[in-house]
Design a protein around this ligand. Structure first.
Ligand SMILES: Nc1nc2c(ncn2[C@@H]2O[C@H](COP(=O)(O)OP(=O)(O)O)[C@@H](O)[C@H]2O)c(=O)[nH]1
Ligand SMILES: [Mg+2]
Length: 359
């Protein structure tokens, strides 16, 4: 068996007090293995680079310095360029990612995984010192990724910054990350079939300061949006909207035809019109909007049709409920209230279509 070479990429910015214990602990973790550590430093002001240079005399450490660029994700990409391993790991320098967990990540890869993610959200993992607000933001961000970027669903913690992977999985990626979340980019754009998660406890920072700011939340949303665009998920949304509009025509048309020429009372033809538009929307979505997710895996045509009917029925209930709520309790104009109802019901229908009917 040819021995694997492991490259661990560690972005650093003002981590003076953390990198000595980091490198010592990594060297114990990888003792007897062919490995290198690439510190990618963006010209830290606290002497991180001098300490790193000293470490490089004793350990297989390389120091890459960028003078004119800042940013976590691009620093990691810079590290990828110089890494010589066929297995590559990424982690933070601040010891919030316990270096010893790399042993479990490497084991998972050598047992056949294409990628191993150190995860806060599998049993045994966690971030015990986080407050409620931070937890809610993190879970909200996670849910957003899971809904709109289906390839992230195979991982419970796609926002982790601590992971390891087989290099060939990223061969085809044209990286365009925004902000912090390089793993998200790799999961969505890369070729990693078998991804496993290894639990870890996200420790408190013992030294130095976090560079995380509110801007990162906005960057995250931009990144999600950019990935959706690149994966065709925005086109899907536009298709779903077009189909919905076509349903209005079907609904009105059948109501008119059956009432004028079919001899039915309008409150009967309306019910037939509604169901007909649900069915026509379903067929169009099945063959057009979600063509790529239809191909005979988990659910049959009939079960998808029933799910879509149920989704639309509850959506209509939500719309009607909001109309009543906003007119009688809040005192808004009934047309405006109805519009709010339509928007929320649309979001409901689309989300359920993504995560249930055509999941
Ligand atoms: N090279 C480089 N590293 C960075 C930059 N920002 C953060 N880091 C490093 O990325 C890791 C995670 O950053 P941190 O501020 O701890 O993020 P948090 O854990 O989400 O609060 C640490 O090792 C930082 O030193 C940057 O602009 N450039
Ligand atoms: Mg940190």
């Amino acid at each position: 068996m040819v021995e694997n070479t492991i490259s661990i990429i560690v972005p650093t910015y003002n981590e003076r007090d953390n990198i000595v214990p980091l490198i010592e602990r990594l060297s114990l973790t990888f003792s007897n293995r062919d490995y290198e550590i690439l510190l990618v430093d963006d010209n830290s002001k606290d002497g991180t680079m001098d300490i790193a240079a000293k470490l490089a005399e004793k350990y297989p450490v390389k120091v890459l310095v960028r003078l004119s660029e800042r940013g976590l994700a691009t620093a990691v990409l810079h590290g990828f360029k110089y890494a010589k391993g066929n297995i590559i790991g990424v982690m933070d320098a601040d010891l919030q990612h316990p270096p010893e967990v790399n042993a479990a990540l490497l084991k998972a890869i050598e047992n056949g995984a294409d990628m191993a993610v150190a995860s806060r959200y599998v049993p045994g993992g966690g971030c015990p010192n986080w407050g409620l607000v931070r937890r809610v933001i993190s879970k909200g961000a996670l849910t957003l990724a899971h809904i709109f970027l289906p390839t992230t669903r195979k991982v419970k913690d796609p926002m982790s910054g601590f992971f390891m992977f087989k290099r060939e999985g990223m061969d085809q990626i044209e990286f365009k990350p925004i902000g912090y979340k390089i793993l998200l980019e790799m999961l969505v754009m890369g070729n990693f079939q078998n991804v496993v998660e290894v639990p870890f406890i996200f420790e408190d920072r013992s030294s130095g300061r976090s560079k995380m700011k509110a801007r990162q939340q906005i960057d995250y949303l931009k990144h999600i949006f950019s990935l959706m665009r690149r994966k065709g998920e925005l086109i899907r949304l536009l298709k779903f909207i077009s189909v919905g509009l076509s349903g209005v025509i079907v609904n009105e048309g059948i109501l008119w035809l059956l009432t004028e020429f079919g001899g039915l009372r309008y409150y009967i033809s309306s019910l037939i019109g509604i169901e007909a538009s649900i069915i026509s929307n379903f067929i169009l979505n099945d063959y057009f909007t979600f063509a790529d997710r239809r191909s005979g895996k988990t659910s049959s045509f009939i079960s998808r049709l029933l799910k879509f009917n149920l989704t639309c029925a509850t959506g209509a209930g939500i719309q009607y409920g909001l109309l009543l709520l906003f007119t009688s309790v809040v005192g808004l104009n009934y047309l405006l209230s109805n519009l709010i109802g339509i928007v929320v019901a649309f979001a409901w229908n689309y989300t359920l279509s993504l995560v249930w009917t055509w999941k």
